[in-house]
Design a protein around this ligand. Structure first.
Ligand SMILES: *[C@@H]1O[C@H](CO)[C@@H](O)[C@H](O)[C@H]1NC(C)=O
Ligand SMILES: *[C@@H]1O[C@H](CO)[C@@H](O)[C@H](O)[C@H]1NC(C)=O
Ligand SMILES: *[C@@H]1O[C@H](CO)[C@@H](O)[C@H](O)[C@H]1NC(C)=O
Ligand SMILES: [Zn+2]
Length: 424
């Protein structure tokens, strides 16, 4: 089967209504024509008697317990800003999980063009913020400054505890043995860049014994030496289009953002792929988007995304209407994997609880009110303008200085601090 997976790449200006959308870029090369999809688990060597939870878990298609919940994962990639905030939050809406708490989603955020005050709000809403590098450079080769710089910026300008920034997604989904090892060494809990089709429909697993996903393409790290001990892989679930084949991200933009496959067909593809997992071994399913494509038109390159967003919203409603379906963050999924329970026991797990305790004081930014000390500062630079609660830096973020020191009397959240709320 030919694997063809695409991701859009964007650098949206946050200070003008102008969008710069780069052409869509192939992120994973097709497998050589005519090759089949052998079972990657046939050659995978991981002994469940040695590789044990909570720090190690072998890849398996089989659910970790009987009667597991079905997880729906919704992720956003690239800049968080005015233009992406609306579509991203529309997938949360008033939706609730079976325990009555708000659903969870994950934002893999890149530093450039992002507004850190939106990160603060996203996190205070109980949503997850994860790392997607500082510059989203192409080609992406997985360097330490890109990975660590973004985590540093999220912590210092978004006020999010460093320890809560647990995940990473590679720009262009372009991972390597080196970058995976680097993430493990840097203390990340999970990465989510590999694709999962039907032949490799596994639950999340740790990379102690290598990978079992994407074994057919040129990024293949299967069977190679990996030292990514304890680093979880959350495979991204593909969908299948009768005409276009395997699709992973933004399938509503194929063959082109302006003239895509009819949304009815894509919605049906999502439902079919979801049902296959729901009625099978329940490996988590996901919807992976660049939310810039789901908002208002931004000529000349970005057409109106309302119909695309509606298709996704309709699919989420379809999935959540089924019994035992939970829409959760990647970080919650990892907590689940460390101590898996049947569906009827999930509601009582602390990581599924509704509210952060204690409730945040409203006179600080992550208490989500506005006015007085909870008003964000506006930081204006020639390169762009953004807001933060935690003191404007002296210069616009760059790879080597993702957030220079605060220029105001406000203080940053110390990077060794794991408080829920921070009064700057
Ligand atoms: C992917 O990473 C490799 C190095 O690991 C690099 O040579 C290649 O150019 C990258 N491709 C893209 C599309 O970023
Ligand atoms: C704002 O911060 C200042 C300095 O910490 C403090 O004295 C003042 O009471 C705060 N105002 C509000 C409304 O919390
Ligand atoms: C930035 O702040 C840190 C911590 O207060 C300090 O150690 C460092 O010298 C400051 N850097 C600059 C360039 O002022
Ligand atoms: Zn990206």
């Amino acid at each position: 089967m030919i694997v063809k997976l695409w991701a859009g790449v964007f650098a949206l200006s946050s200070f003008a209504a102008v969008a710069f959308a780069h052409p869509q870029t192939p992120q994973i090369q097709p497998a050589p024509a005519g090759q089949g999809n052998p079972d990657p688990l046939a050659t995978y060597k991981c002994d469940p008697n040695t590789c044990k939870l909570p720090s190690c878990h072998c890849a398996s298609k089989k659910a970790p317990v009987s009667n597991p919940p079905m997880f729906l994962i919704v992720t956003h990639d690239d800049a968080i800003q005015e233009a992406t905030w609306g579509p991203a939050t529309s997938f949360i809406g008033n939706r609730k999980n079976p325990n009555g708490c708000s659903v969870g989603t994950t934002f893999f955020v890149s530093t450039l063009y992002s507004d850190p005050s939106l990160l603060t709000r996203w996190y205070a809403m109980g949503q997850e913020v994860a790392d997607h590098t500082v510059t989203h450079a192409t080609p992406f080769t997985g360097t330490y400054p890109e990975i660590e710089g973004s985590r540093y910026w999220i912590n210092s300008l978004g006020g999010i505890p460093r320890g809560q920034i647990k995940g990473f997604r590679h720009p262009f989904l372009n991972y390597s043995v080196d970058s995976l090892n680097l993430l493990a060494k840097a203390g990340f809990e999970y990465e989510s860049s590999m694709s999962s089709q039907t032949h490799d429909m596994v639950w999340p697993y740790t990379l102690d014994y290598g990978a079992v996903n994407d074994c057919m393409n040129t990024l293949n790290v299967c069977g190679k030496e990996l030292n990514a001990k304890g680093l979880w892989e959350i495979p991204m679930a593909a969908i299948y289009d009768p005409t276009r084949g395997v699709q992973l991200m933004d399938p509503f933009n194929e063959p082109t953002p302006q003239n895509p496959t009819p949304m009815d067909q894509i919605g049906a593809n999502y439902r079919t792929a979801f049902d296959l997992r729901y009625n099978g071994d329940r490996a988590p399913f996901g919807v992976y988007v660049h939310p810039v494509w789901l908002g208002k038109a931004q000529p000349p390159t970005i057409p109106d995304g309302a119909a695309k967003a509606k298709m996704i919203n309709d699919f989420i409603d379809y999935a959540l209407a089924k019994k035992d379906v939970w829409m959760i963050t990647n970080a919650q999924l990892i907590e689940y994997m460390k101590d898996p329970v049947p569906a009827d026991q999930l509601a009582s797990k602390p990581y599924m609880s509704c509210k952060k305790d204690p409730a945040p004081p409203t006179n600080i930014c992550n208490g989500l009110s506005t006015g007085g000390n909870s008003t964000t500062e506006t930081c204006g630079f020639a390169e762009g303008t953004f807001s933060t609660c935690y003191g404007c830096p002296a210069s616009y973020p760059t790879l080597n200085a993702p957030s220079s020191n605060s220029t105001s009397s406000r203080c940053r959240l110390p990077d060794n601090c794991d408080t829920l709320y921070w009064d700057p």
